[in-house]
Ligand binder design. Structure first.
Ligand SMILES: [Zn+2]
Length: 340
């Protein structure tokens, strides 16, 4: 048997963002809450590595969503709130988590022929109302977890389909990349980017948007307008008008941040995907998405950006033939961001 794959406690909001927001907090009490959440995020991230992956969670071979109510506590998964086929409940967050997981499952099944997170119909578990006013959402190696946000900076994390698909894709990456992707350095930034890529594709697919119509934003709608429009932009990483004032994502290798957080340097592979998808035109899920998806199986745990450039180029060759327009578009995209 192979060793346990690398999994992560993978957050949508980078700790550096919470720290910056804490620095700008209006009152000491708010600052304290934000810093406390940074610390609990760091704690959860460290804790994860000790937990076996997906232990005890059965694969059932079909769509099976289970939503739990965390009741503002830290115990997971919490109290059962809605299971597969159950009617909508009064709690909007429960229904959003249910519908978002459903759209993501349907996308992977219909477009990429993947049966759930592990391709064997793994149950999709989500907990909403995690902790009190928790400003984050994460995948913990086994399930998705959503905070409500504090209502002032963040408005709740189940309100954006791309955030839900981002978190679920961390589970896909854990299973689709042989051995999983180590959640630090370039492999960690790739892990984050892959979640942004499929997060955005799932949203575009659900909205039936072409690459020209898509906004290419991650997390639009989860932030209070006073904080920003979105967490990140794949079209223009680091554009503070499009995102929020602290966005420091580089767009190309010229801006690569040595030792940067996985959510920072992910701007580079994000922009490579955007560039390839724009060159291929039409819908992101028709060509660019399948190329990126096929590349996952060609990576190793410590893959670098150069490895991803090679894997996607190889995937394009496998899907569309050597010297195809698709292969050239993918290769050219990695040149635009300075990786090759
Ligand atoms: Zn993430």
């Amino acid at each position: 048997m192979a060793t346990e794959p690398h999994s992560c406690t993978c957050f949508i909001i980078p700790p550096s963002m919470l720290r910056k927001l804490a620095d700008a907090a209006a009152t000491p009490a708010e600052r304290c809450i934000l810093l406390d959440q940074c610390e609990s995020s760091a704690y959860l991230r460290g804790q994860r590595s000790l937990t076996p992956v997906a232990a005890g969670i059965a694969s059932v071979g079909e769509k099976r969503r289970t939503i739990f109510d965390g009741k503002h506590k830290s115990t997971l998964p919490g109290k059962l709130a809605r299971s597969e086929g159950g009617l909508a409940v009064a709690d909007a967050a429960v229904n959003q988590a249910y519908d978002g997981a459903g759209a993501t499952y349907d996308f992977y099944r219909e477009v990429l022929k993947r049966n759930s997170i592990d391709n064997k119909g793994l149950r999709i578990d989500s907990t909403v109302h995690y902790l009190n006013k928790f400003n984050n959402a994460f995948w913990n190696g086994q399930q998705m977890v959503y905070g409500d946000g504090d209502g002032k900076l963040f408005l709740g994390f189940t309100g954006a389909l791309d955030v839900i698909a981002h978190e679920l894709t961390h589970g896909v990456t854990q299973h689709a990349v042989p051995g999983g992707l180590v959640y630090e350095n370039q492999s960690g930034a790739l892990n984050e980017s892959i979640s942004d890529v499929f997060g955005s594709i799932v949203k575009q697919w659900k909205l039936k948007q072409s690459v020209e119509q898509a906004d290419w934003l991650i997390g639009a709608g989860i932030m209070a307008p006073s904080v920003g429009k979105a967490l990140r932009s794949m079209a223009d990483p680091g554009n503070k008008e499009l995102t929020w004032s602290g966005d420091e994502q580089p767009k190309t290798m010229a801006g690569y941040v040595d030792g940067g957080d996985v959510h920072i340097n992910s701007g580079i592979p994000n922009h490579a995907f955007y560039t390839a998808a724009m060159a291929l035109k039409g819908n992101s899920w028709d060509k660019a998405g399948p190329v990126w998806y096929k590349a996952l199986g060609l990576l190793t745990s410590n893959a670098t950006f150069v490895d991803m450039a090679k894997a996607t180029t190889q995937a394009a060759t496998l899907l569309y033939g050597p010297d195809s327009a698709e292969q050239h578009a993918v290769q050219a995209a990695w040149k635009v961001v300075g990786v090759v």
